[in-house]
Design a protein around this ligand. Structure first.
Ligand code: NAD
Length: 253
């Protein structure tokens, strides 16, 4: 599936930094795009004719089902799904985390991912074909101080992906996780500000990335999208149930 002409790729969190980069990467490879997000595209995000956008909050299973049905109505089926909707949640030590803080992140990052995955798995297994990539994070494989709810949720995404891979593999459906390191993005800017508010000695933005990542720079959204596109392609035919780091070497430490 290296050439995506005639293929349809679903992207959740499609108006975000990673979602937009994925859309551009798959469009360049000729794909149709089923784009969804909890907010509408901004006026700066122009959508070509073979992109269908559906507004759906991932925490509302009925809205997700309606959006999925509308995509199926337009495109017939989904060949690949990129599950990128996510929030960073509260930044605080664990003893200050409330039940609401945990629930808010869990509902978006885990249950929202599962809702879309369930719909895709049902049809992909029936067709005996398909590829799903869920966005986890470096926080899905290592602990992250002050980022408990997010870290717990991204570890759960890894568990979700591994379970889905074992269930769906025999039915010809591949499922993988991509774990980016810090990306130059509004999410990272919000996190940087919150971390510095908690720890004034922490460096901000690119200066922190330069200090904490072996490659000494932020990851780019385009680099994440390139990994996602590879995993969705036929070139990745034996990549299944894997956790793929795009993290500038962060987790090599
Ligand atoms: N930005 C980073 O540094 C970074 C690093 C590692 C992993 N990630 C992960 O990559 C994914 C994409 O991150 P991003 O940088 O593009 O963030 P982003 O904030 O730019 O995009 C996330 C998108 O998800 C959407 N979203 C949030 N809540 C939603 C909901 N309830 N229903 C539907 N859509 C909702 C937002 O509207 C937004 O468009 C996320 O899962 C994130 O956790 C990001």
């Amino acid at each position: 599936m290296t050439d995506f002409h005639g293929k349809t790729v679903l992207i959740t969190g499609g108006c975000g930094t990673v979602g937009r980069a994925c859309m551009e990467t798959f469009l360049a490879k000729g794909a149709n795009i089923a784009l969804t997000d909890g907010v509408p595209p901004t006026s700066t995000l122009s959508l070509p004719p073979h992109v269908e956008f559906c507004l759906a909050d991932v925490t509302d299973p009925d809205a997700v089902t309606r959006a999925y049905d509308s995509f199926i109505n337009r495109f017939g089926h989904i060949d690949a799904a990129v599950l990128a909707a996510g929030i960073e949640g509260a930044v605080a030590p664990l003893e200050e985390i409330s039940e609401q803080d945990l629930d808010a992140v869990w509902r978006v990052n885990v249950k929202g991912c599962l809702s879309w995955m369930q719909l895709c798995l049902r049809d992909m297994k029936a067709r005996n074909a398909g590829s799903i990539v869920a966005l986890s994070s470096i926080s899905g494989v290592v602990g992250t101080p002050l980022l408990g709810p997010y870290t717990i949720s991204k570890h759960a995404v890894v568990g979700l992906v591994k379970t889905a891979a074992l269930e769906a593999g025999p039915h010809g459906v591949r499922v993988n996780a991509v774990c980016p390191g810090p990306i130059q993005s509004p999410m990272m800017e919000r996190l940087d500000q919150a971390f510095v508010a908690r720890d004034p000695n922490r460096l901000l933005g690119q200066r922190d990335a330069s200090k904490s990542l072996p490659l000494q720079r932020y990851v780019s959204a385009a680099e994440v999208a390139a990994m996602v596109a590879f995993l969705c392609s036929d070139d990745a035919g034996s990549c299944h149930g894997g956790i793929y780091m795009v993290d500038g070497g962060f987790t090599a430490k």
